[in-house]
Structure formats: structure tokens, C-alpha cells
Design a protein around this ligand. Sequence first.
Ligand code: SF4
Length: 324
Amino acid sequence: MDESPKIFTQIPAFLEYLGPECSPAIANAAPHGKLDLSPKFPFVCSRHYADLIKKANEPEALLREILPHVDERENVAGFVDDPVGDLPAGKADCVIQKYDRRALIVSTATCGARCRFCFRKNYPFQNIPDVARQVSDWLDTHSDIWEVILSGGDPLMLGPGEFRDLVEAIAMHGSVTTLRIHTRLPVMRPDVAMQHFEFLRELPARFECVLTAHVDHPDELDEESQMVFGQLKYSGWTLLNQSVLLKGINDSAETLEKLCRKLFVQGVLPYYLHQLDHANGVAHFEVSDEKARSLIEEIRKRLPGYLVPKLVREIAGEKSKTPV
Ligand code: SF4
């Protein structure tokens, strides 16, 4: 039985777990002197994701998603703490409403691992003792809301009881017909995602259910993500994926084509390819709009239309995502 921790929070222990066979990829992802051992945005990586790195075709790509780089300390003009305008759209401690008759719940600060390019890496997460009560109170006075999106952090990191309470509180409001969950757990912590499975399986009888996964690289998908997606699809969930276009990680037509095809094999449709949100500390991941458009043009030639994601960016204050 593997006695390694399920979560690494210390970089040296994580690197030791990866072992010497990953040394060349680590040196590529964070060359000597570029690894930040005491990052402002904490390092967290699951053992599952470490195992994905070990068996990856492009381990340096996955390492770049997870290893703190000293470039995160740079202040770059145009990169801010709240790039997508979450704070001005806040309606209650955990409720954000940007779009007409749809609301997003920041249900937890916790994630299965910490992505270095996170758009909420500077978000002032609060410890909200009773998210379900607060959401319910807010929905009581907003009977026009028809879709609720659970975001975070990662909503599936809530304990099974808390998660159930939150969904039950939403279900008490008859106006809400669609429940959407934004999660990275099928690739970060499939074991934790599966803990919710019994309850998730019941939900399509009560809502239209959409799971929007966040997968950036084909090497993040394996038999465990396939198990999670397969079970949800079988239960009646609509499965979509959004990726972030990231320099040195997925900014090639080959990688994007592989990602879209592998998602489809696992029952998930590519939905959005996001241009990077300009959060402080992520500028080194930026891909130009010109390159982004040419990548989409290239994969449009390689894939059927239903596998080509929409290239978008989120602009604070806009009433929808903006096509690039
Ligand atoms: S899973 Fe989402 S919220 Fe969590 S660190 Fe990654 S991008 Fe940020």
C-alpha cells in the first residue's frame, strides 16, 4: 500500500516523490534558481496529479501548471488582483452575479491542487460557516435565478454533508432548473470526486445538470478521469470542458487536438478555450491573441466543428464571455 501523502504541500517532498526520472522535466519547467520554494500563492499538489506527471508524455507541461516559478513575483502592467470583476459583482459573501438570471457560488476556498495560473489566486476567500443557509437566504429574494453555478475553489472539495446541504438548499428554490458544477477534481482528485457519486447520480432527476470540467492538457486525462466522467454521463449529466490557453503547456495545435479528441473519448465536449485572465502573478503564461487565433484556425482544419472550443476571454463588467 502506498503510504505517501494524498496531498503534498511541501515542494521538496513532492519532488522527492517524483523521483530522479522526472529531473529533466523539472529542470525544464523550473530551471535552476527559478523554482520558488516559498510562494505567496501556496503550493498544493495531489498524489494523483504527481502520478499523472510521472506517466505523462509531456511531464514538463503538467509541472508548469503546478510548480511555483519566481516569475510569479513580477508585477506586470495590466495584471491585477481581481481580473474578472468578481468583487464588484458580489451579492453576498459567497454569491457572485455577473449574468442575467444566473448566479455563481464561491462555495469553498479549497482545491484539489493549486494551479499557478489561477484567476482567483488573489481572491479574498472568506471562511463562510454556513454556505447553504446563505445561498438559500439569497435565493429566497431572487426568484428570477434559473441557473446556479457552483464554483470555488472546487465545490467538490466540500465534505459530502456540506455539499449535499448546499445542493438541497438550492433545490428548495423551484426557479432554479439548472445546476452547473465547475470542477477540476476529475483530474486533480478523482478519488474525492467519486465520494460524491451516489448523490450526484440522483441530481439529474431534479435539475438539468451540467458538469464543466477544467482540463488543460491531454496528459491530465487517464482511466480515473474516464471513470468519473463515464459514471456521470451514464447518470444523465451534460459534460463540458473549459481550458485555459497557457504558454509552454498547451499552446500548440498538436496538444490542443489531442486534448479535444481525448476529452471526447471520455464523453466530454470541449466548450471554451480561455485566454488567460490577467491575475497578478500569471503573466508568464500569456499567449498572444494572434497566436491563439491561429491555433484555433489550425485545429479547425484538423477536427470536426463539435470538437473545436470557442476562443473567449472574460472582461470584467461584460454581460457574457467575449469572443477573441
Ligand atoms: S482548480 Fe480552479 S480555483 Fe483551484 S487553483 Fe485551479 S484554477 Fe484556481
